[in-house]
Design a protein around this ligand. Structure first.
Ligand SMILES: NC(=O)c1ccc[n+]([C@@H]2O[C@H](COP(=O)([O-])OP(=O)(O)OC[C@H]3O[C@@H](n4cnc5c(N)ncnc54)[C@H](O)[C@@H]3O)[C@@H](O)[C@H]2O)c1
Length: 258
């Protein structure tokens, strides 16, 4: 289902982790609706290819926005500041920022290394904070930030303690950011997806036993598609959600209840 959001037209967005997966689909959906997009990823080859594909996808869409690729490592506060500056230099303003980049490491509790824990918190949590700071420095009232949390913030997944705790931090950080940036009329929300069909969940999709077990915990009995996260994302960014801030929106087929 295609939902139009005419109020997004002419806005400027940054999407991190846009080289593939949900980030690439967010960039595509925004560009299709006339938003100028800077997509950024740590993997420049992936990002360059995605930006070229997305530009080609929208070549014939009247009024579509551009998609420009950039490199960022979200752990690096200065790199995120430079990314925000790039968006403003290129398109003249900054209205939307999607903190989407993330990693999903696996290790039983007794085997999580210090390096793994630090990397997870640095990418998944510090990355969101630095992104929001960089965005807010350029945004005017009406700006909107959306972070990617997860059902794993509220449900324990064995072998994923680093990830689960990082996403719980993202959920609460979203509320903290919403309260303080609300003073300037900037809204901050999060989406908490369940299992979504991307490279990140390839391990479960390629293992029938793991897939069956995962789907046991999904009341709708299937994985979500990236496109099914796009609609809620557009809602949170749009004028329809102008009185919604500090909210973590579950888009998980009901799996947070199981
Ligand atoms: N797929 C799911 O089922 C699911 C569920 C809940 C939450 N999420 C969250 O949604 C977001 C997107 O997930 P996805 O499934 O599209 O993942 P993905 O692995 O397909 O894509 C993640 C992207 O982030 C980039 N990235 C990783 N580290 C980075 C860094 N330090 N700096 C910049 N870019 C970096 C990767 O290169 C990749 O392009 C993540 O935050 C993830 O935790 C995903």
């Amino acid at each position: 289902m295609q939902v139009d959001h005419p109020d997004l037209r002419g806005k400027v967005a940054v999407v991190t982790g846009a080289g593939r997966g949900m980030g690439a689909r967010f960039a595509a959906a925004l560009a299709r609706r006339g938003v100028q997009v800077v997509g950024a990823d740590i993997d420049t080859e992936l990002m360059d290819r995605a930006a070229a594909d997305l530009r080609a996808e929208h070549r014939d869409v009247t009024g579509a926005g551009d998609v420009v690729g950039a490199r960022v490592d979200v752990r690096d506060k200065e790199a995120q500041e430079a990314l925000a500056a790039t968006a403003v230099e290129r398109f003249g303003r900054l209205d939307i920022w999607i903190n989407n980049a993330g990693v999903f490491p696996e290790a039983p509790v007794e085997e999580i290394s210090a390096a793994q824990m630090q990397a997870t918190l640095s990418i998944n949590v510090e990355g969101v904070l630095y992104g929001a700071q960089a965005a807010a420095a350029h945004m005017e009232a009406g700006g909107a930030i959306v972070n990617m949390a997860s059902v794993a913030a509220v449900r324990v997944r064995r072998g994923r303690a680093a990830y689960c705790s990082s996403k719980a931090a993202v959920s609460h950080l979203t509320e903290c950011l919403a309260v303080e940036l609300g003073d300037r009329g900037i809204r901050v929300n999060a989406i908490a997806p369940g299992f979504v069909d991307t490279e990140m969940t390839r391990w479960v999709q390629d293992d029938p036993a793991a897939l069956a077990k995962a789907l046991d915990n999904v009341p709708l009995h299937r994985l979500g598609s990236p496109e099914e996260i796009v609609g809620p994302m557009l809602f949170l960014l749009s004028d329809s959600a102008r009185y919604v801030t500090g909210h973590v929106l579950a888009v998980d087929g009901g799996s947070r209840h199981v």
